[in-house]
Design a protein around this ligand. Structure first.
Ligand code: PLP
Length: 429
């Protein structure tokens, strides 16, 4: 595993992190002393069973108390993101919005990074919205539907990519078709469900529970030929795999920042194919989405022609500063490298779990998974193994009838081996 080559291989025991020390909440002293806010997070050298943890941790991720295998749920922030947020907080406290113009430059730079991540044509094609669910709703309640049309989605989708279509169907007289996903050839099954009345096909790029990854390029080409709109919930994809918008031919792509993108909740990307932007009837209005945003004396109501039309009010500049830092780490590392490192960690975990007798639920074939690895325990039930892993500081989830591990590029082999040791112990317990 490239990034961590050279680390000593050592057995380890993971401590139960408990809930950690808590900060009392309440009314503080009248004058809070000014403290330096630069983070100084250093891994405890003994929390991973006496290992010199600095040697097995990526410097951006000083996770001394946990083994983070939960990037498909809520990812951690790299240190540079924590520092960017801290610096932004301090600046707000000390100089208020004096440098608002500079903050807008960070926003523009973040949009440029998001463009690069998506492979979009221009940064102004990318909107910052609150979350994936909001982005899906912008599409579902904005399209000019005709009664009798249908929408095709896979069975087992995350609720956000289901409820929006069902509610839109109720409102506009549509049908929602939910199609089972055979692992061997899900694309054929999905495309077979589309017919002359299918207006839109929406899917997660990577299924949140099973980890099945769809062939977006194949779907995109077939849907474009048939004139069916293609909506991709890329939250389990962006930050784990490269994305090539032109090759995928998606009409709508959205993803929140708090999973594989390693940034906070509350900021997400939305890309709408420019030719379709004006077809979406807007549900939200405000000063910021007007063509003449910033000219408060001007009563022109025209919407911005670019993706800013999906951003009604003041931007989430705190989220923007964080996302900028997180995207800079991913793009500096390179998404091809990130994907290759994730694949190496995925295979390492899969092989280790197989040795323990566990069954990998997620398809093993390269190209059929991304970062999610769901497995069924060899012995005992999923619930008790999940509890045992939580007690041992292994962050993961119960999904798809098993345990979901979701490793990111920065984890060392030693840390993964600690997680495997915790699985072995957990199944004995
Ligand atoms: C596939 C998928 N889509 C959407 C969501 C929810 O995203 P958000 O909270 O950004 O709306 C999740 C969260 O787990 C998810 O896994």
């Amino acid at each position: 595993m490239g990034a961590q080559k050279g680390f000593a291989r050592t057995a380890c025991k993971v401590n139960n992190p408990g809930n950690g020390p808590t900060t009392p909440v309440g009314i503080g002293p009248a004058v809070t002393p000014v403290r330096p806010l630069r983070l100084d997070v250093r891994p405890d050298s003994d929390t991973l069973g006496g290992l010199r943890t600095e040697s097995i941790m990526h410097p951006e991720f000083p996770q001394s108390q946990i083994i983070h295998l939960n990037h498909a749920a809520v990812g951690p922030w790299p240190l540079r993101t924590a520092e960017a947020v801290t610096a932004f907080a301090r600046e707000n406290a000390v100089t208020g919005s004096l440098h608002y113009g500079a903050w807008l430059k960070v926003e523009a730079a973040t949009r440029a990074l998001a463009r690069e991540l998506l492979g979009a044509a221009t940064a102004s094609d990318v909107a910052f919205v609150k979350n994936t669910s909001e982005a899906l709703s912008i599409v579902a309640f904005g399209l000019p539907w005709s009664s009798g049309q249908n929408i095709v989605i896979p069975q087992g989708e995350f609720p956000s990519n289901r409820v929006v279509w069902i509610k839109a169907a109720e409102r506009f007289g549509l049908e929602v078709r939910e199609v089972g996903l055979p692992f061997d050839d899900p694309e054929t099954a999905l495309l077979a469900a589309c017919d002359g009345d299918t207006a839109l096909f929406s899917t997660s790029s990577v299924q949140f529970a099973t980890g099945l990854r769809l062939d977006l390029e194949r779907l995109g080409a077939a849907l474009r030929r048939r004139g069916v709109l293609f909506c991709v919930d890329a939250i389990q994809h962006l930050g784990a795999l490269p994305f090539d918008l032109a090759a995928v031919q998606a009409d709508f792509v959205m993803a929140d920042a708090h999973k594989w993108l390693l940034a906070p909740e509350g900021i997400a990307l939305l890309h709408v194919r420019p030719e379709l932007r004006e077809r979406l009837l807007l549900q939200e209005y405000g000063w910021h989405m007007l063509a003449d945003a910033g000219d408060y004396s001007h009563y022109e109501l025209a919407e911005a022609p670019d993706a800013r039309r999906f951003e009604p009010g003041s931007p989430n500049l705190l989220g923007v500063h964080a996302l900028h830092a997180s995207l800079s780490l991913l793009l500096e590392t390179g998404m091809d490298t990130v994907a290759a490192e994730i694949e190496a960690r995925w295979m390492h975990l899969h092989e280790g779990l197989q040795r323990l007798g566990c069954r990998t639920v997620t398809p093993v074939e390269r190209g059929r998974h991304a970062g999610i690895l769901t497995f069924a325990p060899a012995r005992g039930d999923t619930e008790s193994l999940y509890r045992a892993l939580q007690e041992r500081g292994v962050l993961c989830a119960q999904r798809g009838g098993g345990i979901r591990f979701s490793p990111h590029f920065y984890l060392s082999t030693e840390v993964l081996d600690c997680a495997l040791a915790a699985v072995a112990e957990g199944m004995r317990a």
